[in-house]
Design a protein around this ligand. Structure first.
Ligand SMILES: Nc1ncnc2c1ncn2[C@@H]1O[C@H](COP(=O)(O)OP(=O)(O)OP(=O)(O)O)[C@@H](O)[C@H]1O
Length: 305
């Protein structure tokens, strides 16, 4: 039903900037039609990895593959890229710039104009088409930047923090577009610090720490690996009602983490003795908690980020 797109593989990619190792055998795969969320602390290596995929930077070792073969220039030219530092020409008009970029990627003049106008309309910036990019607000510049990544109908989307600085409406538009492209079969990889969005949008997530992939999987898989906590709500309970039940640690949010030998039935009995129990349930950690657990105390090798 969809044109064959392919999948992207980063295979043990390493990269150092002088003494600073930014990537240490980093590996992950983004399948056809998959939205992959790339998360990690500041300086963990996300931008470096994306630049290597784009060919802007060379890896010291390792390989980038597309559909099983080394990623070459022909496929690279079809990538839709949104760089972290953005990179539109500030003094050029929005429409002229997008048409120019689409022409560079091989579209005919009429096709470039049609694609430009369609994406400007879809992203809600059609009325700014004749303005210089520098006259747009940052959020609108970002919409144009997304249009620039999409205007040539990319086979792969690589987006560095596409959601940063967007208002909630623009976040929804961006999310819809990424879902739509993935549904067409395009592999989508994006980095973000907005973990609620990553959790909502991504089929799979990779958490990178100091240049290494430390957790990889669907959000459900990652959550299943985290320690579940017991949420207990009791009306009228005195503080410390659970102190006599061995094996549980009370967390800041009031939930209870079981340790070795913890007996949930003992905790439930203590809860029932303490008052009227309105909630007693297991809760898996969300992506934000998993991220904190996974990257706590993070620092890139060689020096501070
Ligand atoms: N041009 C460069 N020269 C020297 N060191 C660099 C260069 N670019 C990045 N680094 C270092 O490489 C490491 C990885 O940086 P990178 O920008 O890839 O991280 P990131 O995960 O994208 O971070 P952020 O979330 O802050 O954007 C950091 O320690 C950074 O300081």
């Amino acid at each position: 039903m969809f044109p064959l797109m392919g999948n992207l593989v980063l295979d043990r990619v390493s990269k150092s900037y002088g003494p600073r190792q930014a990537l240490d055998e980093l590996g992950f795969e983004v399948k056809e039609g998959e939205i992959f969320g790339f998360v990690g602390s500041n300086g963990a290596g996300k931008t470096t990895a994306m630049r290597i995929v784009l060919g802007v930077l060379a890896a010291d070792s390792g390989e980038i593959r597309w559909d099983g073969a080394p990623l070459g220039d022909a496929v690279r030219r079809t990538i839709g890229y949104m760089p972290e530092e953005r990179g539109l020409y500030p003094k050029m008009k929005v429409r002229d710039q997008l048409v120019y970029l689409a022409r560079l990627r091989g579209l005919s003049a009429p096709a470039a104009r049609a694609a430009t106008d369609a994406w400007l309309a879809r992203l809600g910036v059609a009325e700014r088409a004749e303005d210089e990019v520098q006259k747009l607000s940052l959020g609108n510049q970002q919409r144009v930047q997304l249009a620039a990544a999409l205007v040539h109908d990319p086979r792969l989307l690589v987006l560095d923090e596409p959601f940063s600085g967007l208002d909630p409406v623009a976040v929804d538009v961006m999310s819809d577009v990424l879902r739509e492209k993935a549904a067409e079969g395009v592999p989508v990889v994006f980095s973000s610090h907005q973990l609620d969005l990553v959790e909502r949008l991504c089929h799979r997530v990779g958490i990178v720490r100091a240049g290494r992939m430390v957790a990889l999987g669907t959000v459900a898989e990652l959550r299943a690996d985290g320690t579940a906590r017991l949420v207990v709500e009791i009306e009228g309970a005195a503080p410390g009602w659970a102190a006599a039940v061995p094996g549980f640690t009370r967390e800041e949010d009031g939930s209870y983490t079981p340790g070795p030998g913890a007996d949930e039935q003992a905790l439930l009995r203590a809860a029932l003795d303490a008052g009227r129990v309105t909630e007693f349930s297991w809760r898996r950690p969300g992506l934000t908690e998993l991220f904190r657990e996974t990257v706590a105390g993070d620092a890139p090798k060689g020096a501070a980020a």
